[in-house]
Design a protein around this ligand. Structure first.
Ligand code: UDX
Length: 454
């Protein structure tokens, strides 16, 4: 099928490259010429493991352009995957989405096109995009005859760092539209994934437990709500583990054991119960905020979602309090942070706990050293006002420190020879922000091991 993808951020690029890999003919549009040039050269503008390999494997079906006129005509499906940043009041800023819908409408010329909202948009945005498309299309002087289109929602559940596997081997695919033909088209588009009939990419074999993928084919509003409901649920699952973690610390229980014991109940499930400094990233914060904002438009309170957000910011504050408990005085102390990205395998710093923790330590007079395997480049560009020192080496983060905090559980940190660094520190306080290090072992090595919960 012929596919057009607007926007080459995480979601757009993963969608475009994956569909091209599956054999569809895909054109990706981005108004940023520099990004398009990079992608044409086979380079990926974001850090995402495997993306350049998939780009190479999908190259013959993939075109990049800055021009809607080149990409939209003839497309069976147009995915709109532009950014929807939070506006000041917390509601998503839909400017880019509006602009994209207007430009798509200028170029529609196919007998039937499904326009798919792939960006996380507030519930009701499908109708809104539909109205914009229709208005802009009606106003066209060169309006072609016999052109039909409909709007659908196809929420994305990919995790950064895992984007390709989450797309090719998803738990489910959700499509929603109030137009039956759109659902048929999307069903056809995703057949190779639903039935798992494609030959896996050489670098990413099909997981042994991969089965046919369930398809949830539903109405527009339900598909839009599924995305928010799922993300908010994951966010509150983590916050619940963190809330229990604080109680565990008080009663002398080990939260890691508690989470394991809970997670083995299949009704609960073990994933997203990892306690620590809490969630960050582009989705959970934004989506929980947007869900609360949507509900308030209907005079509905969302106390559970609100509490999940409160617990999450409290975890970041608690990390700093733990250091204060250990060091008594933070002023003048040197503190190293291992990990800047909001989670491993990404260079994304959006809503990263490390930034809040660093800012809070600096505000209390501490000096902060930062280390990250991939995110320091982005940090320099995006956080010029955060006055911390960037360490190039692990030795350097530990050197002369009064405490080191493991903020992001990058594999290379877990695999460190931890015996080598304790001697470099002024006081060997090690705060495990993710509950991933072996406390007993760290203590034997000479660290004063503390964790965010317990
Ligand atoms: C998330 C959703 O998983 C994805 O389905 C959605 O579409 C987009 O948002 P992402 O933001 O890439 O994806 O990251 P994810 O892997 O879900 O992690 C989110 C945050 O939760 C990270 O900061 C991570 O460190 C934290 N986390 C995750 C925990 O603190 N504990 C856990 O047990 C799991």
């Amino acid at each position: 099928m012929k596919v057009c993808v607007i926007g080459t951020g995480y979601v757009g690029l993963t969608t475009g490259v994956s569909l091209a890999f599956l054999g569809h003919e895909v054109t990706c549009v981005d108004l940023d010429q520099a990004k398009v040039d990079m992608l044409r050269g086979g380079k990926c503008p974001i850090y995402e493991p495997g993306m350049e390999d998939l780009l190479a494997e999908a190259a013959q079906n993939l075109t990049f352009t800055t021009s809607y006129e080149e990409a939209v005509p003839g497309a069976d499906v147009v995915f709109v995957a532009v950014q929807t940043p939070s506006a000041e009041d917390g509601s998503p800023d839909l400017r880019y989405l509006r602009r994209a819908a207007e430009l798509v409408a200028q170029s529609l010329n196919h007998e039937f096109t499904v326009v798919v909202n792939k960006s996380t948009v507030p519930i009701g945005s499908g109708n809104w995009v539909d109205a914009i498309l229709r208005d802009s299309f009606e106003q066209r002087a060169d309006r072609p005859e016999g052109v039909e289109f409909a709007v659908a929602s196809n929420p994305e559940f990919l995790r950064e760092g895992n984007a390709i596997a989450d797309t090719l081997y998803p738990d489910r695919i959700v499509i929603g539209s109030d137009n039956a033909r759109s659902l048929e088209v999307l069903n056809r588009l995703y057949r190779p994934i639903i039935n798992q009939t494609f030959t896996p990419p050489t670098f990413l074999p099909r997981p042994e437990d991969a089965n046919a993928v369930p398809l949830v084919s539903t109405d527009l509003a339900s598909a839009e709500l599924i995305k928010y409901a799922a993300n908010a649920f994951l966010a509150l699952k983590i916050s619940y583990a963190n809330e229990i973690g604080q109680l565990a610390a008080k009663v002398g229980a080990d939260i890691t054991e508690v989470a394991r014991g809970m997670g083995l109940d299949q009704r609960i499930g073990s994933r997203f119960l990892q306690p620590g400094v809490g969630w960050g990233g582009s989705c959970f914060g934004k989506d929980t905020k947007a869900l609360i904002a949507t509900a308030s438009e209907y005079n509905l309170d969302m106390p559970i979602v609100k509490a999940a957000r409160e617990v999450n910011s409290r975890q970041r504050a608690i990390a700093v309090e733990r250091l204060q408990d250990e060091l008594r005085i933070l002023k003048g102390r040197k503190i190293g942070l291992l990990g800047l990205a909001f989670k491993p395998n990404t260079d994304d710093l959006r809503d990263a706990p490390a930034l809040d923790i660093a800012n809070s330590l600096i505000a209390r007079g501490a000096r902060v050293k930062l280390h990250d395997p991939v995110a320091t480049g982005r940090f320099r560009i995006e956080q010029p006002e955060l006055s911390a020192y960037l360490s190039e080496t692990i030795d350097d983060v530990f050197a002369d420190c009064d405490a080191v905090v493991l903020v992001t559980e990058w594999a290379q940190y877990l695999e460190l020879d931890w015996s080598k660094f304790v001697g470099l520190m002024r006081t060997p306080i090690l705060l495990d922000g993710r509950h991933v290090l072996d406390a007993d072992r760290m203590r034997r090595l000479g660290y004063r091991y503390v964790a965010v919960s317990g």
